[in-house]
Design a protein around this ligand. Structure first.
Ligand SMILES: [Zn+2]
Length: 457
């Protein structure tokens, strides 16, 4: 199957960061086959054509840290600390104990929201209740697949709970957790080439060293990445220091946990040495500005990280911690927030934010050979934007995309050359039906919320 996108302005994100006006893009067999000035690509007889005249084509955006299940709790709490937010969130998740069907519905609704905001690849950090419920992991994966997205199932686990006493831990030992994780990896990777698997210890201080070491070994054996929360709040950093007698990242180096396959979400409360260590081992940081701002977690030193050579991607985090499943929103907050708190040398530039939203996220997910830019040979994951008033005239396109666009202009979205949304219509799944069913779940969620609120916290 081939499709010619004709006559758009292309934000390539190639090495030269070229923005090409009046160019065509040929999509063939799921890949970008050719990019050339309009009219110069000879198309086959069976090639379909889509006019992009006056439109903008960007690489599919990447959310490198998300929890899709969080859509069930959007708007339920507005806590003044991460700790009370976390306690209530966990209590409701455990009590609700969503069925596989409910997980599928909620995750499909989240995927639709991502697609409508031009996100084509998402890392879903997912905890199954009870742990080891692989049918629930599969339901979460099925939502990614059925909506057409590219996804990373980051299977989450823990065996400690120093920063949330409300978490009930089972007596599962590290070895057993890894047996389940291995089974999960096999199940997930057998489903589709559009899905990848990562091991996701919830946070270093929530895992015994034994579990972290086994996790590192399994990741190496399976050839998969590892994703974790890192120093999200000041108390996390302090808890880590109290447990380890040294900063968390220093301890992670000591136990051999740092490498280029590791991506760390948040990473707010790190000292200079910890940032240098992450750089030394080429670990990747995933910045979640909406979540960090909403929960009052702190301000990540993004510019210093970029300057040090660290790779930084963006994430929406959970819908009940952040705002919407939109990477346009994250880009905007990533450039605006530092302007309120730091001197101009530490401001994040729009070009840097756009790179974080595309190539940076792709690198964090170990997928930069396949996605993150519009280049010949890469997977055909693209987004077409109608030219909105906010982007006209297109003087500094990338800057305007970051400061002025919110996702409303996303018109058509492709993954592997297949349309997930075409002229604003979701293609792969019955959007109306999914959203109606998901919203009918609200009654049960509200009842569970009442039970949680009746508890002492
Ligand atoms: Zn998170």
């Amino acid at each position: 199957m081939s499709l010619l996108l004709k006559g758009g302005t292309i934000v390539t994100m190639n090495d030269r960061k070229e923005v090409l006006s009046d160019h065509d893009v040929l999509l063939e067999d799921g890949r970008i086959a050719s990019i050339a000035p309009t009219g110069s690509i000879i198309k086959g007889r069976s090639t379909e054509e889509l006019s992009c005249d006056g439109k903008i084509i960007i690489p599919g955006l990447v959310s490198a840290h998300s929890h899709l299940s969080g859509i069930s709790q959007r708007g339920l709490w507005d806590e003044t600390s991460f700790e009370s937010w976390s306690a209530k969130t966990f209590a409701l998740d455990s009590l609700a104990n969503f069925s596989s069907e409910e997980i599928y519905l909620l995750h499909c609704a989240a995927c639709i929201e991502f697609i409508r905001h031009g996100v084509t690849t998402v890392l879903d950090m997912f905890s199954a209740y009870p742990s080891g419920a692989l049918d629930k992991v599969e339901a979460a994966c099925k939502a990614l697949l059925d909506t057409g997205m590219r996804g990373i199932m980051a299977y989450s686990f823990r065996d400690q709970s120093p920063d949330n006493q409300g978490v009930t831990l089972t007596s599962t030992i590290a070895e057993d957790i890894m047996v389940t994780a291995r089974a999960c990896a096999e199940r997930v990777t057998s489903l589709s080439s559009r899905l990848a698997f990562m091991l996701a210890p919830s946070a270093p201080q929530r895992c015994s060293d034994r579990l972290l070491v086994l996790c590192g070994k399994l990741a190496e054996e399976l050839g998969v990445g590892v994703h974790t929360h890192l120093a999200e709040t000041k108390s996390h950093a302090e808890t880590g220091r109290a447990i380890y007698g040294e900063p968390i990242v220093k301890h992670l180096e000591r136990i051999g946990f740092l490498n280029s396959g590791l991506s760390v979400a948040h990473s707010i409360w790190l000292d200079d040495e910890e940032i240098s260590l992450l750089r030394k081992y080429d670990a990747k940081v995933v910045h979640n500005p909406a979540s960090n701002m909403r929960l009052g977690s702190g301000t990540t030193r993004v510019k210093e990280m970029i300057r040090s050579g660290l790779c930084v991607g963006l994430g929406t985090d959970s819908a009940n911690a952040g705002t919407v499943y939109s990477i346009f929103e994250q880009m905007k907050l990533a450039v605006l927030l530092p302007r309120c708190v730091w001197r101009p040398e530490n401001w994040v530039l729009p070009d840097e934010a756009f790179e974080m939203a595309t190539l940076g996220g792709a690198r964090a997910l170990l997928l930069d050979q396949a996605i993150g830019s519009i280049e010949e040979g890469k997977r055909a994951d693209l987004v077409i934007l109608d030219l909105p008033l906010s982007l006209a005239p297109m003087d500094r396109l990338v800057s305007q995309l970051v400061f002025a666009e919110n996702g409303d202009s996303v018109e058509t979205v492709f993954v592997d050359g297949k349309p997930l949304m075409l002229e604003r219509h979701i293609q792969m799944i019955d959007e109306e039906d999914i959203l109606a069913q998901a919203s009918s779940l609200q009654t049960r969620i509200r009842e569970t919320q009442a039970e949680v609120l009746a508890r002492p916290f």
